[in-house]
Design a binder for this molecule. Structure first.
Ligand SMILES: C[S@@+](CC[C@H](N)C(=O)[O-])C[C@H]1O[C@@H](n2cnc3c(N)ncnc32)[C@H](O)[C@@H]1O
Length: 342
């Protein structure tokens, strides 16, 4: 009996379990963690740059547990992100698409891990008081850096090139990793930057990155809540405001109107606000949700965080004291846009 059981466990499945099967869903869940991990450990970049790697050698070079490394690649192979032959790992049929979306997986499985793990607790009304959920702000900043690079940055650069006002000082609201300010300071010599974020841990990381880039004399940081900033002498010189992937934190509507108005008061010399964000989608059938959308919307509902639709955004600027000059669409994530507000 023991031998028969052992033999059965070694028989390969004739066809891989499809996405609609329990095994397919189960394996995809494990693979989601493996994708975020393989990216953070450098495996996805190495496979992308060199076409493949030797997992045993990879484990040695990165001082990783051998069995865990082998299993991580097994999880990737289960969903055809890679193929495996002996210790050789190569890009599989799903690699390219998953590589482009790697930061979304990381955001979900590493940045939002605790939120989803606590889903049964978080959903109970009795528990939804105070700080009732936890996420990992440093991991979220890490993922956002890549989401920006792929999705928002090309459209952001276009927005800057077409701005019809000069700016010598910029403040980035919800600056996270500080990457936007670093890129701006590199592109615009002499530009001064101020990063504002509510998460002290993200700011500590951002400061390290700014020092490493040799830009500490031009980029500073302030811990604060962008919804209700306290006056700071540094705010008076700011001519351009940027705010990416946090604008929805200004909502619900009444609060957002108040925050937008307050930004005008507290940054009296800001000529433009470039606001890039992802909105709640409408009307996409559940089985047709594109990558990220489902996770983004479920996470915000779990957190009790309002997520406005694009229509709701369009209808708020005037009341908030800003004039929308342009709305530039961003392809991925679905329902993303950069507003140029004056
Ligand atoms: C999704 S991340 C985006 C980070 C960065 N803007 C980027 O484009 O990579 C959102 C950031 O906004 C910050 N944040 C959220 N609510 C905030 C608030 N009310 N005031 C200031 N920062 C906030 C978070 O701590 C986090 O660093």
């Amino acid at each position: 009996v023991t031998n028969a059981v052992a033999a059965a466990s070694e028989v390969p499945a004739a066809t891989p379990p499809g996405a609609g099967s329990a095994a397919g869903i189960f394996n995809s869940t494990v693979a989601g963690f493996a994708i975020g991990t393989a990216w953070e450990l450098g495996a996805l970049d190495e496979i992308n740059d060199r076409g493949g790697l030797d997992w045993s050698d990879f484990a040695t070079r990165h001082d990783l547990d051998r069995a865990a490394t082998d299993s991580m690649f097994a999880a990737l192979s289960a969903v055809e992100v890679v193929t495996r032959q002996g210790s050789r790992v190569e890009a599989g049929p799903a690699f390219k698409e998953v590589y482009d979306a790697k930061a979304f997986f990381h955001w979900l499985t590493i940045g939002c891990a605790e939120l989803f793990a606590d889903m049964p607790t978080v959903m109970r009304n009795a528990n939804r008081v105070g700080s009732f959920y936890r996420r990992n702000p440093v991991a979220i900043s890490y993922a956002c850096r890549d989401i920006n690079r792929q999705a928002f940055d090309p459209v952001f650069r276009e927005s800057l090139e077409q701005l019809d006002v000069d700016f010598a000082s910029v403040a980035d609201l919800g600056c996270g990793s500080g990457e936007r300010l670093i890129q701006l300071a590199k592109a615009y010599p002499g530009l001064r930057g101020l990063g504002i974020d509510i998460a002290a841990s993200a700011l500590r990381d951002a400061e390290v990155s700014v020092r490493a880039a040799g830009l500490a004399d031009r980029i500073q940081f302030a811990e604060g809540d962008a919804r209700n900033l306290r006056p700071d002498p540094r705010f008076a010189e700011v001519e351009l405001l940027t705010c990416f992937m946090m604008g929805h934190d200004f909502w619900p509507r009444e609060n957002c109107v108040a925050s937008l108005r307050r930004l005008r008061e507290i940054f009296p010399n800001a000529r433009r606000l470039l606001l890039g964000d992802t909105a709640r989608t409408q009307g996409i059938p559940d089985p047709a949700k594109p990558v990220f959308t489902l996770a983004f919307e479920v996470a915000h509902d779990l957190m009790g965080a309002y997520l406005p639709t694009l229509r709701e955004w369009d209808e708020i600027f005037e009341e908030g004291g800003w004039k929308c000059l342009r709305a530039r669409p961003v392809e991925i994530p679905t329902a993303s846009v950069i507003y140029e507000l004056a």
